[in-house]
Design a binder for this molecule. Structure first.
Ligand code: AMP
Ligand code: MG
Length: 400
């Protein structure tokens, strides 16, 4: 059995890289850039006004006070307006180009007009006020984004502003989901004695969609080598195959041996970690295989800690390993464990900052506890109780 850290290192070393695909900007949300993106234009492309008001020369006013003659108007969307001469003010709208000769904009609220006469009163007036200089945000040819950067709303807007309407991304990871176990029936069926419904496939499907990868459902295979082998072979055509169930020490835990018989190389089997000790990881060619224990909380914890690491690595994410937050306990916590445990918990904001509160949890099958959770509290092996305020590494789990 290896440590969580060693398991993560082995996953990173063996993850491989996704092929690159060209997509349109409209499809890019949540995907990962596979090329550097540079600006084809300065931003702003000209000195621009950040306010509706008057473009003026600071030197024409005394402490921001004085009276100037209105010499014109300039609107957003117009090329450069007329130049500003001494003693003049030009009315300007937000986003319009600053007239040549002006060195500040006084907001409209600090002015009064009587015909062409503009009275200004802005005692805090400073040179450059309310002007955004050309290329302050970025200059033409500057690199703005690098491979491995995830595209979110800000990136989508930035790509649009530099005219990048086709983008090279790492092709979304395809992930086959295979649930195993003679007792597992589809959610549509009412379980007969001894049976339970397949919850893992839905947990995995939702987890995969949340990280903008592509789930491929393969249904349920019974604890039978032939049936498993057929479905596993099918699943190996995806970038990643995730199985649940059948990886522990039970007589019907046939997944590891079936994987080996199909030429999947085992990289590790067993991690000192609760809930999820029997985790199996291997690969065949470019395809990765995760054999998760069947318990529903193990499935979710293994996805968050291990599978997400593999997905980040395949897309050259700059931070591959899970990044815990170090947070104080909101309440005392009486818990003892012989293996490092990822305990369902809630990160809670308060006036005094963020705290972490363990949620009531009945063990690996207790998926319901996770509906109250937004994090996994990383409890080291050892004995509690831990007083309120004890600092714990805490892994947020509702992040892409
Ligand atoms: P296993 O890892 O096969 O020993 O299964 C561990 C536990 O998880 C057993 O109680 C299984 O019934 C349960 N389990 C296995 N697969 C699923 C599944 N797809 N959905 C819900 N529970 C499952
Ligand atoms: Mg089983």
């Amino acid at each position: 059995m290896i440590s969580v850290e060693s398991a993560i290192d082995l996953i990173v070393q063996n993850a491989g890289t996704q092929p690159i695909e060209d997509i349109s900007l409209a499809e890019a949300m949540g995907q990962t850039l596979a090329e550097p993106v540079s600006a084809d234009i300065d931003s702003p492309p000209f000195d621009k006004s950040l306010m509706d008001g008057y473009a003026i020369r600071v030197a024409d006013l005394a402490n921001g006070r004085g009276s100037l003659i209105k010499a014109g108007e300039v609107y957003a969307g117009q090329p450069a307006g007329p130049s500003l001469l001494p003693g003049q003010a030009i009315q300007i709208m937000t986003g319009a180009a600053i007239p040549l000769g002006a060195d500040a904009v006084v907001m409209i609220e600090r002015t009064q007009s009587a015909g062409d006469q503009i009275m200004l009163d802005d005692p805090e007036l400073m040179l450059g006020q309310n002007i955004m200089k050309k290329s302050l945000e970025f200059a033409r040819d500057e690199t703005l984004l690098w491979p491995g950067h995830t595209i979110g709303p800000a990136e989508a807007g930035l790509l649009a502003s530099v005219g990048k309407i086709r983008i090279q991304i790492f092709r979304p990871v395809t992930i086959s989901i295979l649930s195993t176990g003679n007792e597992i029936v589809p959610p549509s069926q009412y379980p007969q004695p001894g049976q339970i419904r397949n919850s893992n496939a839905s947990t995995l499907d939702a987890s995969i969609r949340r990280v903008h990868a592509k789930p491929i459902p393969l249904g349920i295979a019974g604890d039978d080598e032939k049936e498993l082998a057929d479905k596993i072979e099918q699943g190996l055509s995806a970038d990643v195959l995730v199985l649940s169930g059948g990886v522990s020490a039970g007589k019907k835990d046939l997944v590891p041996k079936t994987l080996l018989s199909l030429g999947v190389e085992q990289i590790f089997h067993g991690v000192a970690f609760k809930p999820g000790k029997p985790l199996w990881f291997g690969k065949r060619g470019e395809s990765l295989v995760f054999g998760l224990p069947g318990n529903p909380v193990s499935v979710l914890a293994c996805f968050e800690v291990f599978i997400k690491t593999a997905l980040r690595a395949r897309c050259q994410h700059p931070h591959l390993k899970p990044i815990p937050w170090r947070l104080p306990l909101a309440i005392p916590f009486d818990y003892s464990t012989r293996r490092p445990t990822y305990h369902p918990a809630r990160i809670e904001p308060s006036q005094a900052g963020l705290f972490v509160r363990p949620v009531s949890w009945k063990g690996s099958p207790d998926l319901r506890a996770l509906t109250e959770a937004n994090a996994l509290l990383m409890v080291p092996a050892g004995d509690g109780p831990y007083p309120a305020g004890t600092l714990f590494d805490t892994l947020p789990i509702h992040h892409a």
